[in-house]
Design a protein around this ligand. Structure first.
Ligand code: ZN
Ligand code: ZN
Length: 340
């Protein structure tokens, strides 16, 4: 099959791999339709996040079931989305239902240290493969996995309807966070330095059914606005900005992954103002079906701005600013097998 793998020099290269085979009775092989490029993928390709050389990258995948093991309840032809946050079910963390903190994650992180979905096929145990609701488009479904991440972080923030949420960063995760928070009844201030991304965000988030207000703004204007009850840093390096923007007794959620970020904070300020700083990390498995249900109500497909065939992956990377240029899209999707 065709695959995009991580080369030793940190670039993504087109390779040929043997078709993956079922190994257990509950394994499922999915013919990949398309996979979103994640901020984590961008992080790997810009040296901000570690991954295994030679791995097939990609984890935000949707596709059609192609083969099933003898114990599977899925059937060939089922339209599915993949939950790439694997867990073992056997360790103490899994036994306590904290699947996202499974101690046996090494070698199981899809697209990072286990082969992912920038390819024609992927094989996974059935419990990580979810059937799509009838009629859900591939472009909406491909944003379900980012929505699961967002939901996990909104849960961690304990947002209250009617209170204001400030979202730092208008990348795909920032856009999904804003969309979900508006749907859940929060007013949202979306803060972004890049004017292109601000304009795109305004276009994508316009006239949503939400009755709560949305403001898209730059960091300077955000500092002079009233402080928010909750600030979510989708960039991962803006903890100091987040602490400046959060109101007394408020919560800051660190959401973006940045292995290199270092920030100076004033512990006494956190103490005096009664702030909470939360890291929620990967979503727990039960969040995934909730995200799938919530996706029925959110026009997530608006976030997909580009669909690029797998063989033209270099163009896809240019669109997300890998290689020096700025961003030219929101969610860019690698199409393995076009089924639209
Ligand atoms: Zn992702
Ligand atoms: Zn485990």
């Amino acid at each position: 099959m065709r695959a995009l793998t991580l080369a030793a020099n940190g670039t993504l290269v087109r390779t040929e791999r043997p078709d993956p085979q079922l190994t257990g009775p509950d394994d499922v092989r999915v013919r990949v339709v398309q996979t979103g490029i994640c901020g984590t993928d961008r992080g790997v390709l810009t040296g901000k996040f570690p991954a295994e050389t030679g791995v097939v990258m990609g984890h935000e995948a949707v596709g059609l079931v192609d083969q099933v093991g003898s114990a599977s309840r899925l059937a060939p032809g089922d339209r599915v989305v993949i939950n790439p946050t694997l867990y073992c079910s056997a360790c103490p963390q899994c036994a306590a239902a904290r699947f996202n903190h499974c101690v046996n994650k090494a070698g199981t992180e899809v697209g990072l240290d286990r082969d992912g979905s920038f390819a024609d096929y992927i094989v996974l145990p059935e419990r990580f493969v979810h059937r799509l609701p009838d009629g859900m488009t591939w472009d909406r479904a491909v944003v379900v996995e980012p929505l699961a991440c967002v939901l996990n972080n909104l849960d961690a923030a304990s947002i209250v309807p009617g209170e204001r949420v400030t979202v730092l960063g208008a990348g795909p995760i920032g856009l999904v966070t804003a969309m979900a928070a508006l749907h859940l009844g929060s007013g949202v201030v979306l803060v972004e330095t890049d004017p292109f991304r601000r304009e795109l965000a305004t276009k994508i988030l316009h006239d949503l059914p939400a009755s709560t207000p949305l403001t898209v703004t730059d960091p300077d204007a955000a500092v002079s606005a009233p402080r928010a009850r909750t600030v979510i840093d989708t960039v991962g390096s803006l903890l100091d900005t987040a602490l400046r923007l959060v109101d007394t007794a408020g919560t800051v959620v660190i959401m973006g992954f940045d292995d290199r970020a270092r920030v100076t904070v004033e512990p006494l300020d956190i103490l005096r103002r009664g702030l909470r700083v939360v890291g929620a990390g990967d979503y727990n498995a039960p969040s995934f079906p909730r995200a799938l249900a919530l996706a029925k109500h959110l026009p997530l497909e608006r976030i997909v701005t580009h669909r690029v065939p797998l063989d033209e992956h270099e163009r896809a990377l240019e669109l997300i600013g890998v290689g020096g240029h700025g961003y030219r899209g929101a969610k860019v999707v690698i199409v393995s097998n076009d089924e639209q």
